[in-house]
Design a protein around this ligand. Sequence first.
Ligand code: NAP
Length: 249
Amino acid sequence: MTKIALVTGASSGIGQAAALGLAADGHAVVVADINEAGGRDTVRLLEAQGAQALFVRTDVTREEDCQFLVGRTLERFGRLDAAFNNAGIAGYALLLGDHTLAQWQRVLDVNLTGVFNCMRAEIAAMQDTGGAIVNTASIMGLVASPGGSAYCAAKHGVIGLTKAAALEYARHGIRVNAVCPGYIETPMTVGEETIFPQKKIAAAVDRVALRRMARPEEVAEMVVWLASERASYVTGSSFAVDGGVTASV
Ligand code: NAP
């Protein structure tokens, strides 16, 4: 039977790689993103791979968009088996005291409240059938570095939300886990629009045991596994995919 997955932030980077990976693992995929052009590209790639796909424009900061996303998924495919809550934005390279309240709020809204909004809708859809939810945190959900406090707080929050939801919904057969990517080559980090100075990225990669950034597909492997029955005894956990960064002091 074809399983049904939805992926937020699926227009590019880790989300797009996960959408393609989930399709290769037998899912029809609902592509959700604020970026319509990228979302339609992902749908084309999925269809070229022979998968069923649907794009739903979604701003994860808007509760009504997230409810609509899951509603459209159920309308089109009748069920929801797996959800990857991955949409996110980079934080500001600012000390805590230099953040404005609006900057703090924006980073929290997309990276944490966005996951909450999606999970609320997804859990309601999975309550009778069970399912698997994977949230994107970051190594900044496990450790911290100076100059990114809002992003760090949001990603730590994602890990807390993941643990709490896993405990609350285990009895409904819903597993909830998080992935914590390290330095991944995506438009967020190396694209034309990245806000990260490439010198800073190179210095960060120097601290990676494997001495390189990852491809988005290397994170997607973990997501696909967590979403599958192969991870049937795994819930409430967070998995670093970071080339060894967080193993080091
Ligand atoms: P990406 O290529 O920029 O993908 C993020 C996607 O999310 C983009 O398509 C973006 O659209 C979309 N998005 C932004 N705000 C949204 C909103 N409000 N509602 C719906 N979609 C929204 O970046 P990525 O590196 O794959 O990031 C994916 C996730 O991994 C993020 O949660 C990020 O924090 C996390 N992460 C990334 C790294 C890394 O090194 N790349 C490391 C750790 C964690 P636009 O293009 O229009 O902004």
